[in-house]
Design a protein. Structure first.
Length: 692
């Protein structure tokens, strides 16, 4: 028998020894939750629990394999939990046995995201939606809408109102497409990823024999990252634990940051209301960060009202205070971060032990340029490098045809975005442009308008959309009267006010973030008055970024990590820079308008802070982007006790913070949970399935 008392701290040991019955383990950042879960599993196996009677649910296959490996390292390879994996993995295994009860064959197929998108395109056509003749949500956007509705147990109409109000007019069309999509999957004996969860819950609710068999089999259930579960996942676990009620969920409400994926923080906040006899454990000993960093983290998260109170305590010694630095603008901010990264490297901190985190990807652009100039290699997490993003390439293509009418590659990209215009139609226009001496070095809307006669009636719809966009750009030219005087930022601003934004919304579910990127591109372009030079610099940024990764010293030193905060959860670095902690950017303005949005933004900031081991820098520009309502420090910075941080203002002056904003009302949490009710949940769930 392992000596658990000496292998674990007192908080972890309590979980391992006393984890029978309903248990909620509130595991603070860096508190060793994986170690606790692994030892709890080992303890159960040593007690003689059949390995097939333990269900271990994780959010990634990697996490499941790591836990299995660590259990084997403790007890030997013959001691393995046979039911371990993600929710989808567990659901697949169960449905393989009982699919016939739902009308499927046991050899059903799983549709990956590309397969699902292709089927959605078929459904679009069958419903008579012609995206070549009008703007309508793309198959990818439809997937996102339908998926969110299913995981959040909401109607299509409610999801559109919440996330895509401009598409509410198509609510009936989208509902019919969702129904057709469901029928075609069934006919093909196929399920997508969402079906694995909804069908498992449907199976458990409809089949009493299956429910009783599985709930009796799984004597002990352990769930990792419980704060990230959605309604369906939480209900699945509740049903499976209904017989033995040995359910141990591990998570941290302070790190619940995925509501945009339909994760529901109420699952963890209401756990003790669904299980009134639940035991609550807290893991508050942090093995990652210095006390200085944890003092800041504790102060920040204490501002939230909907939470379990925790107070992280470090096992380390006090080191250096986290620093808050203000800068005149984003360029100065980026220069400082690059300088400090090189200083830390010279002081012995490996470059791959440092990370720059940001709330949204558009905040990284200026620093990316600066890192490229300094030849500092970096690995971009959570998306594509700024100048490689498709929407940035779109905007640059518009600017390129404005600057050079013979740029066939740019024309091809621009034309293929328009409804009703495919590669063949686009080539007709390109051939006409390049073969027309009358148009000359530049052209106006009337010249271009005549070319539309070469297109089909559907193509002319898209061509007219393009002309409306071009006329807005042309108005910028007429304002100056000289193409040499037209600035790139003026053209980008014009595109932001054009029908191109309708294209973004129809193609991408994160179109708002993409528009922020374009606003940032305009900021970047504002320092350049020559359109040709700007386009040259932008092209070189893209090619130079690729060249940096080929340099030999990258392998020797590794790369700096550039990451969105969402992608950084669960990771840690010696030094962390939180970029752009400015009013209007963090908290995100859109989040402030959403129910519970402010508290989730604060949790996101907390996650960013707790990624740092020893060095933490939080920076912001005094002047925000040209579209930001406010500049200056974020309200989150203003909530920190000033004795806990070093404040450095622009040009080395002390920054004076004002009081936190009083414009946002405190959010009050009212528990509404109750013990799981089969019939009530069955009726609610079946009703939501009927709509989808």
């Amino acid at each position: 028998m392992l000596d658990y008392e000496n292998l674990l701290n007192s908080q972890q040991y309590s979980v391992v020894k006393m984890g029978d019955g309903p248990c909620l383990v509130l595991a603070g950042a860096g508190s060793g939750k994986t170690r606790t879960i692994v030892h709890r599993v080992a303890y159960l196996l040593e007690k003689g629990i059949d390995p097939s009677h333990i269900l271990l649910v994780t959010f990634t296959n990697k996490a499941a394999k790591e836990m299995q490996h660590r259990v084997a390292a403790l007890l030997g390879k013959d001691k393995q939990v046979t039911w371990s994996g993600t929710f989808h993995h567990i659901a697949f295994r169960i449905l393989k046995q009982y699919a016939a009860l739902l009308g499927y064959q046991n050899n059903f197929s799983i549709l990956d995201s590309e397969d699902a998108k292709d089927l959605m395109k078929v459904c679009l056509k069958l419903e008579g939606v012609d995206r070549k003749s009008k703007r309508f949500p793309s198959a990818k956007v439809l997937q996102g809408i339908i998926s969110y509705a299913r995981n959040a147990e909401m109607t299509i109409e409610d999801v559109l109102e919440l996330k895509h109000p401009n598409w509410s007019v198509f609510a009936d069309d989208i509902a019919r497409i969702a129904t057709e999509y469901k029928k075609r999957k069934m006919a093909a004996n196929a399920m997508d990823f969402d079906d694995l969860l909804t069908n498992l819950l449907l199976l458990l609710l409809q089949s009493q024999p299956v429910r009783e068999k599985l709930s009796k089999q799984f004597e002990y259930i352990l769930v990792d990252e419980y704060q990230d579960t959605n309604k369906i996942q939480a209900n699945i676990i509740d049903v499976l634990a209904s017989h033995h009620k040995n359910i141990l969920v591990v998570g941290d409400d302070a790190q619940s940051i995925y509501s945009f994926r339909a994760a529901d923080i109420d699952n963890i906040l209401q756990f003790e209301h669904r299980f009134p006899d639940a035991k609550i454990f807290k893991l508050e000993t942090n093995y990652r960060s210095t006390p200085n960093i944890l003092d800041v983290a504790n102060t920040v998260i204490a501002q939230n009202t909907s939470q379990f109170e925790k107070n992280l305590q470090s096992v380390g010694e006090y080191f250096t205070k986290p620093e808050v630095q203000a800068f005149a603008d984003k360029i100065e901010e980026a220069e400082f971060v690059a300088d400090r990264i090189l200083e830390l490297r010279d002081e012995g901190v490996p470059i791959n032990h440092m990370a720059v985190l940001f709330r949204a990807s558009h905040l990284s652009q200026v620093l990316e340029v600066e890192l490229t100039k300094r030849d500092i290699p970096y690995d971009y997490r959570g998306g594509v490098r700024f100048f490689e993003r498709s929407h940035i390439k779109d905007i640059l293509a518009y600017l390129r045809i404005f600057h050079n009418k013979d740029d066939a590659i740019a024309w091809s990209r621009v034309l293929n975005m328009q409804v009703g215009i495919g590669p063949a139609s686009a080539q007709k226009i390109i051939d006409a442009l390049q073969g027309s001496a009358a148009i000359g070095a530049w052209f106006d809307g009337e010249d271009l308008g005549r070319l539309g006669s070469k297109l089909s009636s559907r193509g002319q719809v898209g061509w007219n959309d393009f002309l409306q966009i071009f006329e807005i750009m042309e108005a910028v030219y007429k304002k100056y009267g000289d193409i040499e005087k037209v600035t790139p930022s003026d053209l980008i601003d014009a595109l932001l006010d054009s029908k191109y934004t309708e294209y973004l919304e129809s193609e991408y579910d994160n179109y708002r973030d993409r528009m922020k990127d374009i606003e940032q591109l305009s900021d970047f372009a504002a320092v350049q008055t020559d359109l040709g030079k700007f386009l040259g610099e932008a092209s070189m940024q893209e090619s130079f970024q690729g060249a940096v990764t080929d340099k030999t010293h990258v392998d020797d030193e590794g790369k700096l990590v550039m990451s969105t905060i969402h992608q950084a959860k669960g990771l840690e670095w010696e030094a962390v820079f939180i970029l752009g902690v400015a009013q209007g950017d963090f908290p995100n303005e859109r989040a402030l308008r959403e129910d519970k949005g402010l508290e989730e933004e604060r949790r996101l900031f907390y996650v960013a802070i707790t990624r740092a081991r020893k060095y933490l820098h939080m920076t912001y520009p005094l002047v925000g982007s040209f579209r930001s309502v406010l500049g200056g420090p974020s309200m989150f910075l203003q909530e920190i006790d000033k004795d806990l941080i070093e404040e450095i203002g622009a040009f080395g002056a002390e920054t004076v913070f004002s009081d936190p904003s009083d414009d946002v009302d405190d959010i009050e949490y009212v528990p509404e949970g109750e013990i799981f009710d089969y019939e009530r949940n069955k009726r609610s769930f079946l009703k939501s399935l009927d709509e989808l």
